[in-house]
Design a protein around this ligand. Structure first.
Ligand code: GLC
Length: 751
């Protein structure tokens, strides 16, 4: 409907002006500079209209100004595709028949490609689908740092390293917004767990905030140009992030120059005065838990609704605050819903499926292979597929990122398409239903009978492909709950051991958005690791297993041997995860509101900047599989680097050129990673930190020169005393390698 109405309005207005009638109001003139349109519209608004812009009118929309022909804003989740239509004012799905879409891989999969071109293809495709579904804001991408493998939402984010997440988020945003659809980078900031997400107060050093948790958001805003950003539920410095003076006023607006809109997470607003003064523009989902609980309050009772209007009228907060908010919202509307130049979008095209497939292909990580892979399709042996994840599409559940895909290919279907009747299947294990606060235990009889059936059939098979891992039910990879164990659920370890006993030719194909314990890893001939791959997932998995695709994914997060090897869990102190409950939170929880714990919880990031591989390297605690690890069906040799200079002078760069040779028999892609280490510094620094990477295709037997330029910016750390970025003179090393633990060349230089 909107598709037609706005252009008609505009044409009418143009038509009138063409006939010498009323001139087109400036704010409607799309040839006028954006800021002039904003100011012209602003001065036409009443106070009530300005306040109305600042809060929801339904679950996923905000009002425009009907009197002036300024349209509403339609929002939808993301980030892995356009979520099915939700009813106007409930969490129920509307049951439309025209809203099934392409399900793209999870953002952890996108990160695992280490390929910014894949991010650009992703943003273009998902942006076209959001545009076609007439959405003005797509609620994603997420770039919260992977601090603990127990975080239920890691699958929606881009891993443990700020450089990787920052490089990979920018193209997605830029290409998405070319469709006239706003990205909404989320959740700003420090939303690194789901436990107590609605109120947990995160205690973290400013240095770790600046060096680890903010850089990807900064790149999303400064380089990606994100038109909106979503405040997170949690608190920082005791103040909710959706109206946090330091994060929003000081850093986002003043330091980064953000000119977009700050939107709450659904239910993230808790105070009118703070919301008025601390940079919040649009309040959504208040008094709900952002997923299921309903509000007992109407939209007029939102913090930025009547309570705000009355404060303004009483002069208790400056009128400037509502003008600033209205400006940001009008700017968003002119960029999106009132932008007549935006394309029309498209849905479920072959191009979109091809993008989903290509991203999936490049995201799968080959962790281990003794030569059993690739499993050629021209063989004759019988292949038994075991595992519950072989038949799941894994696009539904998981929380707000769940999707209604029009087409999906399960791993079993993908394998059957390539191997035909060589494939047989048995479930192997069943999943317990998620109950409140725990997961139902599967009956021992069921566990036993499924396992015995799988073992009996594995005994006779030539090869067994085990497809398990996690799924998107509560307490696995799922919003609003964290995992309760680092182990695979549903007795999968015992099943894998039992299969190994009777058939050593076992390939483990894990599907999960998180790391997990692998006690059997050294005895399994091959292990593949994939996140949730969306519509084309089964085709990607089958193509990698068969060798039609040479795997090139690299881990975007470390896989520790055990949970206690992970920085957030090393001390075993609950204060460091999930945090401690300090007692009554000021102000009793509002009934139906989203204060999921009135207990005033606080979590302390005591590991500071030593997150992920930074911890493993510096504390010399090797991970089972390191950040950046991923094998290929070929091999690569790193030749002697050519270095432009042994000294890096301020304002200049040190150029490094590395010849990378494919020493195997098949073409392959390699991700060459460059880490920088500071030999001596006045503050503690990790052994090394990722600063550059490049993914290159190298034909069999050929070489490619990979070039990097190291700049002074790559040497800096955040100095809390001067509150500035500093590079100290001294000696440094450039570590060039195939992973954070597979360093092939080291180049020393001075600064
Ligand atoms: C949810 C999520 C957020 C999502 C929003 C709307 O609670 O935290 O990522 O975009 O609410 O569904």
């Amino acid at each position: 409907m909107k598709k037609v109405l706005i252009p008609v309005l505009l044409l009418l207005a143009l038509g009138m002006s063409a006939r010498g009638q009323q001139p087109l109001p400036l704010y409607m003139r799309t040839d006028a500079p954006l800021e002039e349109r904003v100011e012209d519209a602003l001065q036409r608004l009443t106070l009530e209209e300005k306040v109305a812009l600042c809060h929801a009118q339904s679950k996923f929309t905000t009002p425009g100004v009907a009197r002036l022909g300024i349209p509403e804003l339609m929002m939808s989740d993301g980030p892995h595709g356009v979520r099915a239509e939700i009813e106007w004012n409930s969490w129920d799905y509307a049951g439309w028949t025209n809203d099934s879409i392409t399900a793209f891989p999870a953002l952890t999969a996108l990160a695992a490609t280490w390929n910014p071109e894949m991010s650009a293809r992703y943003g273009k495709a998902v942006g076209e689908e959001a545009r076609y579904r007439e959405k003005d804001v797509l609620l994603g991408p997420g770039v919260n740092i992977y601090r603990t493998p127990l975080n239920g939402r890691n699958f929606e984010y881009m891993g443990e390293d700020p450089c990787l997440a920052g490089e990979m988020v920018v193209p997605y945003i830029r290409e998405l917004q070319k469709n006239g659809v706003a990205a909404c980078v989320k959740h700003y900031a420090l939303n690194n767990q789901e436990q107590w997400r609605g109120s947990v107060d995160v205690a973290v050093s400013e240095r770790a905030l600046r060096e680890i948790y903010l850089p990807a958001f900064r790149k999303a805003v400064v380089e990606g140009g994100s038109w909106t950003i979503m405040g997170s539920y949690n608190r920082y410095l005791g103040q909710h992030c959706c109206h946090n003076e330091v994060l929003l006023n000081d850093i986002l607006r003043k330091e980064w120059g953000f000119d977009g809109c700050v939107i709450t997470d659904w239910g993230g607003a808790h105070d009118t005065r703070e919301a008025a003064l601390n940079g919040l523009d649009i309040e959504m989902g208040t008094y709900t838990n952002g997923l299921t609980s309903e509000s007992v309050f109407g939209y007029d009772q939102y913090y930025l609704a009547t309570p705000y209007l009355e404060m303004l009228r009483r002069g208790e907060v400056p009128m400037q605050t509502v003008d600033d908010k209205a400006r940001n919202i009008l700017r968003l509307i002119f960029r999106t819903s009132m932008n007549p130049d935006r394309p029309w979008g498209s849905l479920c095209t072959e191009e979109h499926y091809a993008a989903a497939k290509a991203i999936g292909d490049e995201s799968i990580v080959l962790l281990r292979n003794d030569g059993i892979l690739p499993l050629e399709t021209d063989g004759s042996g019988q292949i038994l597929v075991v595992g519950d994840n072989a038949t799941r599409r894994l696009t539904d559940n998981g929380g707000s990122s769940e999707l209604k895909p029009r087409r999906t290919i399960s791993p079993l279907e993908g394998l059957q398409a390539l191997y035909g009747d060589r494939i047989s299947y048995t479930r192997g294990y069943a999943c317990g239903r998620p109950l409140y606060e725990r997961v139902e235990e599967v009956s021992p009889e069921t566990v036993d009978s499924l396992r015995r059936e799988a073992v009996a059939r594995a005994r006779k098979a030539d090869v067994v492909i085990y497809i398990g891992g996690l799924n998107k039910n509560a307490y696995q990879d799922c919003e609003s709950t964290d995992r309760q164990s680092y182990d695979l659920p549903f007795h999968q370890n015992e099943l894998i051991e039992a299969l190994l006993e009777v058939n050593p030719r076992l390939i483990v194909m894990n599907i999960s958005g998180n790391a997990y314990a692998m006690p059997w890893a050294e005895r399994v001939p091959a292990i593949l690791h994939a996140s949730y791959l969306g519509s084309m997932g089964g085709a990607s998995i089958a193509d990698v297993i068969s060798g039609r695709v040479n795997p090139s994914g690299k881990l975007p997060y470390s896989i520790p041997y055990r949970l206690s090897d992970c920085a957030a869990h090393a001390s075993g102190d609950p204060a460091q995860y999930p945090g401690i409950e300090r007692g009554e939170q000021e102000g009793a929880p509002i009934p139906g509101s989203f204060l999921d714990s009135g207990s005033d919880p606080q979590v302390t990031y005591a590991e500071d900047i030593l997150v992920g591989y930074r911890w493993h390297d510096t504390k010399k605690i090797p991970a089972r599989y390191a950040f950046g690890h991923g094998l290929s069906y070929t091999t690569f040799d790193y030749g002697k680097p050519e270095v432009s200079s042994g000294r890096l002078n301020a304002g200049e760069g040190v150029h490094i050129r590395i010849p990378v040779t494919n020493t195997g028999t098949r073409d392959g892609m390699e991700v060459v990673q460059l880490y920088i280490g500071d030999d001596r510094c006045s503050v503690m620094r990790p052994l090394k930190e990722l600063k550059h990477f490049k993914k290159v295709l190298v034909r069999a037997g050929e070489s490619v020169d990979v070039e990097f330029t190291i700049t002074e910016q790559d040497l800096r750390f955040y100095d809390e005393t001067t509150r500035s970025w500093v590079a100290e003179a001294g000696t440094f090393k450039a570590y060039v390698g195939s992973s954070s633990s597979d360093i092939r060349r080291v180049v020393p230089f001075r600064y």
